[in-house]
Design a protein around this ligand. Structure first.
Ligand code: UDP
Length: 253
């Protein structure tokens, strides 16, 4: 297959031109970055795991009617997605205090929040993705009031879905980040979930032990990141249970 035109390269993924108009190929790299790319490593197998995990979560969302960009997986590292116009915001939903909310508001990590909290961060690496309010978003025209309402509704549906799926796997969904894009259909536009849903962009804690099964393992040097992601994939039934012999991910359909 001849190499496609590269549209964009980010820290963990590459986007290539898709086979049909309105599509893109999303390639998952093994690179892990944290602290605004100050910390970087290549973690063998991470891209394969995230490709499969994101497919699994997006397909689940499709099954319950939450629109998203996923079309189909192409191979171990690539999936076909709908091209969207990304809204320049990171939408974070939090169930339990951790990370930046704990620091900013002095809430002890692990504290259950009174209800899911939706936050918006402006996507700008040079500024370190600052927290922004609805006022900023509307005044600077990053999204409309209607978009805001739609984004909150989408984010909360994703939260309910992911929380339930994780609970079934003995994992607590502490928080996560999604990105949302616009698609145009005739005279109408609508918002759909885009980018990826994977342990790179979630906090996942084992319900029994509290062990971290997400990118904090890399951020905080808590062990092998691929082992943590393999554990998540295995609990969700996406790869054979541990102890099957091979140390690196083997996909099952
Ligand atoms: N997150 C992300 N990308 C970012 C920033 C945050 O995927 O650029 C995710 C992060 O993994 C966590 C949630 O969003 O699941 C909330 O992150 P937080 O604001 O606590 O920031 P952190 O402390 O991780 O920098």
């Amino acid at each position: 297959m001849s190499r496609r035109k590269k549209i964009y390269e980010g820290k963990a993924k590459i986007l290539y031109e898709g086979p049909e108009p309105g599509t893109l190929v999303q390639y998952f790299k093994d690179d892990a970055t944290a602290f605004n790319a100050e910390k970087h490593a290549v973690i063998e197998g991470k891209g394969v795991l995230n490709n499969r995990l994101s497919e699994f979560f997006m397909q689940g969302l499709t099954a319950i009617g939450v629109p998203n960009h996923f079309i189909r997986r192409l191979n171990m590292r690539e999936q076909l997605i709908r091209a969207v116009e990304i809204i320049p915001l990171e939408v974070v939903v939090r169930n339990i205090a951790a990370g930046s909310i704990s620091k900013r508001l002095g809430i002890e990590e692990g504290t259950q929040l009174p209800r899911p909290i939706v936050e918006f961060y402006y996507k700008d690496d040079a500024l370190g993705d600052p927290l922004v309010s609805e006022e900023h978003i509307i005044a600077f025209n990053w999204a409309t009031q209607q978009d805001m309402d739609d984004m909150v509704a989408l984010a909360l549906r994703v939260n309910d879905f992911l929380s339930g799926v994780m609970l079934g796997a003995g994992i607590r969904l502490v928080d996560f980040k999604i990105e949302i894009g616009r698609v145009y259909e005739g005279d109408f536009q609508r918002l759909i979930v885009a980018d990826e849903i994977s342990p790179d962009s979630c906090r996942l804690w084992d319900i029994k032990t509290g062990a971290k099964l997400d990118k904090d393992v890399f951020r905080q040097d808590l062990g092998d990141l691929a082992d943590a992601y393999t554990e998540v994939a295995s609990r969700l039934g996406l790869i054979p249970k541990n102890g099957s012999g091979s140390s690196r991910p083997k996909l099952v359909n």
